[in-house]
Write a protein that binds this ligand. Structure first.
Ligand SMILES: [Zn+2]
Length: 354
């Protein structure tokens, strides 16, 4: 029996078909209508329905590029199931180059939203009623906040097997067991029993080739593990599996001043080791910021001008720290060759990054 068409916002996509659907969201003050663009690839054969979305925080743009590259991957010619890509969830924030909505709300705290609520509530309602409630799996792509660079990592609440399988299949070096936040897309997906993982990597308003490359591979690896793309077509599982961090700690500046980073992203640090120095402009007073625990650095603040209390380093803790270090070494070595051979030549902008 032929597979039924996939219906989204009143548009039917036949098996083997591909379509971009523009779901009306709201109007700008000028009365120019805004749409949520969604691309659907509906495979000929039955299988999971995977939503991959990005830029729910409007300035987190690495995920937009990850989706663009996934959509052009030849493995999708053999798709089983359905891929629903939503590259820019927070259209307003994306246009304004900001994390938030025009009313300064965080769209990722507006779920489940409502049809008659504020702008954020309405966008959340639209996404969940038109897209999320019709899918079986979700990957939510994020980037670090402005001036903060996140190590490529998966965040998920590791309590059900399907979620754990997706988190491990992605192949990021590190998985952070992260509780669900009220109002987030992840919490709402969880309430529907949809397995969901978040990929975090890089810094707001910047492209990073390693973060993007690892994200593209990760999405395709998850699709491979869900048997949406044939085992021979998608990227292979990494030789070293991801290490899971049970907890993590933010390290804050204990003085206002100018910060010089010492520890690098992805580095293994020991408790008491110097992470950074903060000094006044003349260097008369200076303080060393020490690691409060041993672990792997998973986020670094890139803006040297800091105020007391500001989060400047994020350190993940592991039961098997040596294994986490090995996962980092493997990740680094696999991307050295990727960046050189695969990502760089085709994309001139990579040469200007970092
Ligand atoms: Zn985010």
């Amino acid at each position: 029996m032929a597979r039924a068409p996939f219906v989204i916002a009143g548009t039917e996509i036949r098996p083997g078909g591909r379509a971009t659907v523009e779901i009306p969201v709201a109007k700008l003050y000028t009365h120019t209508p805004l749409h949520l663009p969604v691309e659907v690839i509906h495979g000929r054969r039955d299988g999971p329905v995977l939503m991959v979305c990005a830029a729910i925080h409007g300035d987190e743009i690495n995920g937009v590029e990850i989706i663009r590259r996934v959509l052009r991957n030849s493995a999708l010619r053999h798709l089983r199931g359905t891929l629903v890509a939503v590259p820019i969830v927070n259209i307003f924030g994306f246009i304004q180059r900001t994390r938030y909505l025009p009313d300064r709300r965080d769209l990722n705290r507006c779920f489940p939203g409502s049809e008659t609520g504020s702008l954020g509530g309405r966008i959340a309602y639209l996404l969940r009623s038109q897209v999320m409630e019709h899918v079986t799996h979700i990957i939510d792509l994020h980037t670090g906040a402005i001036h903060r660079f996140n190590l490529p990592q998966i965040r998920a609440e590791l309590k059900n097997e399907d979620t754990i399988r997706m988190a491990e299949a992605f192949g990021a070096p590190i998985i952070l067991n992260a509780n669900l936040r009220d109002g987030s897309l992840r919490a709402y997906a969880d309430s529907l029993n949809i397995p969901v993982v978040t990929y975090e990597g890089g810094e707001a308003l910047r492209f990073d080739p390693v973060v993007i490359g690892s994200g593209v591979k990760g999405v395709l690896r998850v699709m491979r593990s869900l048997e949406m793309v044939p085992a021979k077509k998608g990227p292979k599982a990494p030789k070293k599996r991801s290490e899971t961090a049970a907890t993590s700690t933010w390290v804050r500046a204990d003085m206002d001043g100018i910060m010089r980073p010492v520890a690098r992203l992805g580095q293994r640090v020991r408790q008491g080791q110097i992470l950074a120095m903060i000094a006044d402009p003349f260097g008369e007073t200076e303080t060393a910021i020490l690691a409060p625990c041993s672990g792997i650095v998973i986020c670094v603040n890139n803006l040297p001008l800091v105020n007391e209390g500001e989060a400047i380093y994020h350190v993940a803790r592991f039961e098997e720290l040596a294994e986490a270090e090995k996962a980092m070494d493997y990740f680094r070595s696999s991307y050295e060759s990727d960046v050189a051979e695969d990502v760089l030549p085709a994309h001139p902008w990579d040469e200007t990054q970092r």
